[in-house]
Ligand binder design. Sequence first.
Ligand code: CAA
Length: 293
Amino acid sequence: MLYLNLENKLSDNNKVVIVGAGTMGAGIAQVFSLSGYDVSLYATSERSKNGALASIRSSLERLCKKGIVEQGAAEGALSRVKFVNHWEAIAEAGVVIEAVPESIEVKKTVLEACDNYLRPDALVGTNTSSISITRLACFLSDPSRLVGLHFFNPAPLMSLVELVVGVHTSPTIKEGAVRLIEKVGKVPIVVQNSPGFVVNRMLCPMINEAFFILGQGVASAEEIDQGMKLGCNHPIGPLGLADLIGLDVLLSIMDVLLEQTGDSKYRAAPLLREFVDAGMLGRKVFRGVFSYE
Ligand code: CAA
């Protein structure tokens, strides 16, 4: 196949564009700005812009309070995040990361739009938690430059990034991505493209099982979570974690696992689907398994 030449060295400019200003986009923007990058955060509405700004501010405040980040560093980080709503910003960036909702159609639109403006030396990352990297790569004219950069929620606190390599991902991009992730203070694990990658393939069925247990009336939500917190030293129980991740995100990961493997062990619990149908999506709407009013 004939692709653009990516043998050249990757861009070493310090400009990053994050497309999508939801929970993950804002968290990733904070991680990069704290490491000295100039971040353009692409937000489609005033509402998402204000939400992202509030979440970055509050997270930085908490990190300052704990002495993890100095006041000056937090102010610097905040000043390095600017909000954009035009694709031209892509043309200046050495790194572009999409963190838009977990829908192949939405990601296709975004990747195709970015493609028109990408620098020839830019690395493109996708924060997808379940969609095939190989499939997403085909929305770029040069699929070799796409790599999965799967951050975990809350991105400013979680150390891991799954670095997902698709069929087309070039070694230059993979190695550049490893360096990039280490530069922002995270630990990468390199994973071949596969349904659910590594962490979600284990984590999501465990959380899904908690919904089966709850639905069958075996124990209350509080008791289920207490079980995993005290019995396995998890920092948060599976149902509380579902609320943090978003029940819609969790359901879509289970559906992708089932669809891509055909293995019924990945069927979503009926109660999980019921919560999603009811709009009880977790912390982001203040109501999921638990209430956050
Ligand atoms: N920024 C900065 N600080 C934060 C924060 C953020 N975004 N979120 C929480 N904190 C701080 C709080 O301020 C609090 O500080 P103090 O102890 O000084 O009060 C501390 O972290 C603990 O927070 P909480 O009291 O609110 O609640 P908690 O004790 O349950 O901790 C947690 C929250 C850090 C998120 C912890 O529960 C945890 O680590 N949970 C596991 C998270 C996890 O597994 N994430 C992966 C999800 S899977 C995923 O993301 C992949 C996917 O594709 C679905």
